[in-house]
Ligand binder design. Sequence first.
Ligand SMILES: [Zn+2]
Length: 109
Amino acid sequence: MVLFEDLGKQTWGYYSHTNRIPVIHINNRLNQEHATYTCGHELGHAVLHSGINTPFLRSNTFYSVDKLERQAHRLAVHLLIGLNEPDQGETKRQFLIRCGIPEMFHVFY
Ligand SMILES: [Zn+2]
């Protein structure tokens, strides 16, 4: 289940698992790109860390991420890349932006 909610100014989303119901929460203040990335990230938690309620993905903790967070970021990046490949002459940055990955998360590629 994916819920779009007002999570304030700093929280992008989180994953919860209550009564065996996995729920992805996405801040409805995010733009499309950030909401899509957040969904991929929280889906990573749902797949890789099911049964665990993960901490909030906050805009100010991108670089202080623990192992679970890094795994969810990597899965989100790979989900968004999908079968895309860099075009000839395209930089890594251009490629990742084309795939809809916010620049602050390129470190997880
Ligand atoms: Zn997370």
